[in-house]
Design a protein around this ligand. Structure first.
Ligand code: IFM
Length: 651
């Protein structure tokens, strides 16, 4: 059991604190499970085991309606002594523990802050079964060790409500979340289930108030010690911005509160603005390990903390994603604007202006097989996008601003930034010198993907070859399609796809999205399958350390951005669907500027339902959806109106 955002230590070793355990059955109550069902719709785990006296059935959930409250019910004809209600966590010793009447409590200290758990249980009889109900409440704080009294009071009031009420309110809370966020694919049941598995975990991993430090594995495992990477900003956040903005806002709050640390990091390097950490935890200082053991046991340096600077633009991108989906001007003109300004200032001080253009030397791009590199197209184009977005946001917030001069300077630097694009081939060179590396495609060295090419071929060979770990140039086509050259998607897909190992789980969902845009459906579906099976089949043999939350986010993005073609753009919701021939329908639900919108694409029909007026652009044509629904019929790659007079107006 881990608590979001509460860490032990402050350095590369810092990790999420572990909390007391209450939901684990003692061995005599936990014979081998014969049947296990996890209900994704209601967020309930049910297990059945067989005992000498008859079936032992357990039901457990962690309440969505009452965050920090977990409930266990066990029923069995003959219930052995259940043992202590709270067990100490594996990794952290209890700070103190005790009982208060019928409630047991235990605290674990973090640095700073900590966790207190308070739990009670009741045993009753029903239909010849003994029924044990155990209810535990956690209070957590990343500031100070929580008081015991509050948790005890909350545990008592949850116990008074009882199992049935807690279950009902938990299921109702999940039903509401699914109502806003479900994605339906008709024609592929395996994908449908994989997708809901991903959406469930995305929804379950992020709180919706305060600040949300979302680690690479969410709360599902100890991988990367709960450190926050760009995974949170560019992979996990978009789904939440588009379905449950309060969670996306809490994720941004995490970054906003680390602006002082990011400014200090920039200052230490003699730069302006804010430099967010590649791996971040409580303080916001960089907690990336400086070395690690590879799978052969050899100690190798890790330089991502020093060099993977695109994180700065990724944080700004997350802020723009939230603003564009929600239209939240109080954020966009307030703390969001600070994020844009500080990140733009960083880039303006980071680039080196030379006669042939502005350069960014010595970085690591998303493809971590090559380091350090100069003029990584992803870093440079994201920096360019960041400078331009900051300039337009500053001017929109206050056109007479004294910052107009600085904004003009940002724009001038953005225009000068080199990006490695070759108009003859239509391809971006991933970094200066990439084309000179050994040409190698993955099919020559491995029959299938994903593969860890650095392990297979050795890091020296991989460094000298055009083999890449994950979407890098192509990540630009996905994140900032307006910032790359028109018609450059297909040539770059053709060049980079065969060279991509998908050695990071972040990669296949992005390829799926882009292949869908390019109407290359077989390839899109292959990549999509790799993404949604990554944890279900443990494709990278790393699921034991936790679920790949970013992959789950990329899956939603592939469906929403790639296949449905949904994007917020200049105050309008744009829709440009791609339906693979093997699917009968695709339905995506989003929240756009406060309206609940449901987009359903069938072979010949596109239907949009909304509970409030929404400005739409469907395959390039503007509609103001003032009625509740708009139905369009397919005409080639475009769509035309079927319900004239329903109150929807075309410009
Ligand atoms: O952020 C990723 C990175 O892109 C690839 N290595 C793993 C990190 C955490 O998921």
């Amino acid at each position: 059991v881990v608590a979001n955002g509460v860490y032990v230590g402050d350095g590369p070793e810092t990790r999420l604190v572990t909390a007391p355990i209450a939901m684990q059955l003692p061995t005599e109550l936990a014979p081998p499970v014969v049947h296990r069902v996890f209900d994704l719709r209601g967020g309930v785990l049910m297990e059945e085991a067989s005992t000498a006296s008859g079936p032992l059935v357990s039901v457990r959930f962690s309440s969505l309606a009452r965050p920090g409250t977990a409930v266990l019910r066990v029923s069995c004809p003959d219930l052995p002594e259940p043992g202590p209600v709270l067990l100490p966590p594996g990794d952290d010793p209890p700070f103190d523990a005790g009982t208060d009447g019928d409630v047991a409590w235990m605290r674990v200290a973090a640095t700073p802050g900590g966790v207190v758990a308070a739990a009670g249980e009741e045993i009753s009889s029903s239909d010849g079964n003994h029924v044990l109900d155990r209810i535990v409440v956690y209070d957590v704080s990343a500031e100070a060790l929580p008081e015991v009294g509050g948790a005890i009071r909350r545990a008592r009031s949850a116990s008074r409500l009882g199992f049935e009420t807690l279950l009902a309110e938990h299921r109702a809370a999940w039903a509401a979340r699914w109502e806003d966020a479900d994605v339906v694919v008709e024609g592929d049941d395996d994908l449908q289930r994989g997708l809901r598995f991903a959406l469930f975990h995305l929804m379950a991993s992020v709180p919706d108030e305060g600040e949300a430090a979302v680690g690479a594995r969410g709360l599902s495992g100890t991988g990367y010690r709960g450190h926050v990477f760009w995974d949170a900003d560019t992979f996990t956040l978009p789904f939440l911005a588009a379905t449950h903005p309060a969670s996306a806002r809490a994720m941004l709050e995490y970054r906003i509160r680390r602006l002082p640390a990011a400014r200090a990091a920039a200052r230490e390097l003699g730069r302006a603005g804010a430099r967010f950490s590649w791996e971040s935890a409580h303080s916001g200082r960089d907690v990336t390990p400086v070395s690690a053991r590879d799978r052969t046991g050899k100690v190798v340096p890790v330089r991502t903390g020093q060099l993977e600077e695109h994180i700065v633009a990724d944080v700004a991108w997350a802020a723009s994603c939230y603003v564009d989906w929600t239209g939240d001007t109080s954020f966009g003109d307030g703390p969001g604007l600070d994020l844009f300004i500080d990140t733009a200032r960083y880039w303006a001080s980071r680039v080196r202006q030379e006669p042939d253009g502005a350069h960014i030397y010595g970085v690591i791009g998303p493809d971590e097989y090559h380091e350090p590199v100069d003029d990584n197209a992803f870093t440079n184009v994201m920096a360019r996008w960041n400078l331009r977005r900051a300039a337009s946001s500053v001017l929109a917030a206050d056109p007479t601003a004294q910052m107009a001069e600085e904004a003009a300077w940002w724009r001038a630097i953005a225009d000068e930034l080199v990006d490695g694009f070759d108009p003859v081939t239509g391809i971006y060179e991933q970094f200066a010198g990439f084309y000179a590396l050994e040409p190698l495609v993955i099919a020559e060295v491995a029959p299938r993907r994903p593969i860890a090419a650095d392990l297979l071929l050795g890091s020296r060979r991989v460094e000298g070859a055009q083999v890449i770990k994950q979407a890098d140039v192509l990540m630009l086509h996905h994140l900032v399609p307006g910032e790359v050259e028109m018609d450059s998607l297909e040539p770059n897909l053709r060049f980079y796809e065969p060279r991509t190992a998908h050695g990071s789980s972040l990669s296949p969902g992005v390829h799926a999205s882009l292949f869908a845009r390019a109407r290359q459906y077989d390839r899109a579906l292959d990549a999509l399958r790799m993404a949604y099976r990554i944890d279900l089949d443990d494709l990278t043999a790393t699921t034991g350390a936790g679920l790949h939350l970013a992959t789950m986010g990329s899956l939603w993005q592939a469906l929403a951005y790639g296949f449905a073609g949904l994007r917020p753009s200049e105050g309008r919701l744009t829709i440009d669907p791609r339906l693979p021939p093997v699917w009968a329908a695709l339905e995506v639900r989003v929240r756009f500027h406060g309206s609940s919108v449901r987009v359903r694409v069938e072979r010949d029909e596109l239907r949009v339902d909304a509970d409030q007026p929404v400005p739409l652009t469907v395959t390039g044509v503007d509609y103001d959806l003032v009625g509740r629904s708009l139905t369009l019929r397919r005409r080639g790659h475009a769509w035309e109106e079927a319900n004239h007079g329903a109150g929807d107006r075309r410009h």
